[in-house]
Design a protein around this ligand. Structure first.
Ligand code: NAD
Length: 394
């Protein structure tokens, strides 16, 4: 039987270099794009290993001067972006300049936003450009050239065209998004993730797994992204426990970094779902780290969508668990239980109360959950249904 294929329109980074130890190639990648790099970094732990200095020396040797303009160890807020843009502009960016984001999703999102706003000066703040809460301004001009170098294996932000920016007063977590914001180059060296602590490895790894599953069953899924999801899940599901328990295990770290990148390509070109929708709201109202929020919500999101996506979940159960049954109900349920057991094994909490969520916060979490991600959820939930679900998870 011939099975046709719907149209697709992909937005992907122009150059992607992946491999253990390949950070040494960042210098030549950067030299192709400019002579002066504004550097935005994340983890202090990583900096303390000497790796950031090593990378700066290699850039210098390749004729690329680096100017550190920001370091961030929390999820970026509006003021972080605005202040970093101001610092960068003091150096009068010009042709031959570029931005490098070296860190977890937080540092990459900050760097991506700063690269965009450095050349789009028609607003007072990044907030003017944010979806849903901004004044409708858009990224009209090419950004500064941008290289993403992830040091966590989770968000896939290196592959996407958006930055997620938070604000706690008033509370929102929204995207700055533009096709112009796709990275010019991505360098993924899984060795950079070796110093990520176990808890962060678990949470970020589950973020990637959630992105792969939600993209696969999303209302906006498509054949191209489903292929990425399957490949990513086949790598990540057997690897995450080892990555958490044996930080220097090379194959496990490689599998997780690869899966995270694929998850970013998938989510950027399909949609997500309920787990990500609620995770954004938990981030804003309860300051729950993004990966943990996704992981806690994933089993519940799968159960919500189980009936409308039974066959897709059964397919995942057939390929990704030991279940030998041919019964689609049993396969789908086995897959959901497998994910739940994985979460428990790597220490992901099973309830919202363990994240510190209070019953009275649910009234504000529910409306904040209806962002872009939730629109991809296969089954639409009313506010009352979402409230009941979250109350049951306390
Ligand atoms: P993160 O970047 O906040 O990092 C988590 C912690 O790990 C931080 O304390 C960081 O300093 C530390 N860390 C990072 N790399 C390390 C290393 N190599 N060694 C030791 N410690 C290290 O966490 P994250 O989960 O990578 O990113 C979360 C952010 O990404 C959230 O704001 C989320 O909304 C956003 N996000 C963006 C996209 C996108 O497409 N733009 C997609 C998903 C999530």
């Amino acid at each position: 039987m011939i099975s046709g294929c719907p149209q697709y329109d992909l937005q992907l980074p122009r150059r992607v270099v992946f491999g253990w130890g390949r950070r040494t190639e960042l210098a030549s990648l950067a030299a192709e794009l400019g002579r002066r790099a504004f550097l935005i970094t994340g983890s202090r732990t990583l900096a303390a290993t000497g790796l950031v200095d090593e990378i700066r020396e290699q850039l210098h040797a390749a004729g690329v001067d680096t100017i550190p303009v920001g370091q961030i160890t929390h999820e970026p807020e509006v003021h972080d972006v605005d202040q970093t843009v101001t610092r960068l502009l003091e150096h009068q960016p010009a042709d031959g300049d570029l931005v490098i984001g070296l860190g977890g999703g937080s540092a990459i999102d900050l760097a991506k936003a700063v690269a965009a706003l450095a050349t789009n000066r028609h607003g007072n703040s990044v907030r003017d450009f944010l979806e849903g809460v901004g004044s409708g301004l858009t990224i009209d001009h090419p950004t500064l050239p941008f290289i993403a170098v992830p040091t966590t294996a989770g968000t896939g932000s290196e592959a996407t065209k958006n930055s997620v920016i938070s604000c706690y007063d008033p509370p929102f977590k929204k995207s700055l998004r533009s096709p112009r914001m796709v990275a010019d180059a991505v360098l993924i060296d899984p060795e950079l993730t070796v110093s990520v602590p176990a808890g962060v490895t678990a949470a970020t790894g589950m973020d990637a797994i959630t992105q792969l599953i939600e993209s696969d069953i999303s209302a906006r899924t498509q054949p191209f992204t489903r292929a990425l999801c399957l490949e990513g899940l086949q790598r990540a599901l057997p690897a995450i426990v080892t990555a958490v328990e044996q930080p220097s295990n090379r194959p496990a770290r490689e599998a997780m970094s690869h899966a995270a990148f694929l998850s970013g390509m998938a989510l950027a070109n399909s949609g997500l779902g309920l787990a990500h929708g609620v995770a954004a709201a938990l981030g804003v109202h309860c300051r729950t780290p993004h990966g943990i929020a996704c992981a806690v919500m994933l089993p519940a999101a799968l159960r919500v969508n189980r009936d409308v996506r039974r066959d897709d979940l059964a397919h995942l159960g057939r390929l990704l668990t030991d279940c030998q049954s041919n019964d689609p109900d049993e396969l789908a349920d086995t897959f959901i239980k497998h994910i739940e057991a994985l979460c428990r094994r790597i220490g992901i909490p099973g309830t919202l109360s363990e994240l510190g969520v209070q019953r009275e916060q649910i009234a504000e979490i529910v409306p904040s959950s209806h962002g872009n991600s939730m629109r991809g959820n296969p089954k639409q939930l009313t506010d009352d249904e979402l409230t009941a679900l979250l109350e049951k998870m306390l």
